[in-house]
Design a protein around this ligand. Structure first.
Ligand code: ZN
Length: 133
């Protein structure tokens, strides 16, 4: 069901500085910057093999990422696992007793379907399930 880590979401307080770090220090290149209105964030993407780095910068003080930055500061925000069928994976996890943030998929960056699991059920790691279907 789950094939690989699709991306790692990282909350940043300054998007330009963060992009400069990934490009100039790590030598990666930012291939997309996209605003996701649903989550009030601007995202910037880098490929690292099969996995991506997703930088998250809040576009509104109400953004969940703005609240995360206030509480914890910049750093790793979530881990996203790729699956072939997001809806079915979310249903299976709910059946296993996982506390869900999203019981049904919604639209994330890059046109992917996404759903979040609550960190209370995942050992404290905000976990995203994502895929094309
Ligand atoms: Zn994500």
């Amino acid at each position: 069901m789950i094939s690989h880590i699709e991306h790692i979401g990282i909350a940043v307080a300054n998007l330009e500085e963060a992009i400069a770090y990934y490009e100039n220090v790590l030598g990666l290149s930012c291939y997309a910057i996209e605003e996701v209105e649903d989550q009030a964030v601007k995202t910037a993407f880098f490929r690292v093999g099969e996995t991506k780095i997703e930088l998250l910068y809040p576009t509104s003080p109400d953004s969940p990422v703005a609240k995360f930055l206030e509480k914890k500061g910049p750093g790793i925000h979530h881990l996203a696992f790729a699956t072939d069928d997001v809806e079915k994976t979310l249903q299976d996890m709910e059946k296993k007793g996982v506390r869900m943030i999203d019981k049904k998929p919604r639209k994330g960056a890059e046109g992917l379907k996404i759903g979040f699991l609550h960190p209370h059920s995942t050992g404290g790691v905000l976990t995203e399930i994502c895929g094309e279907k």
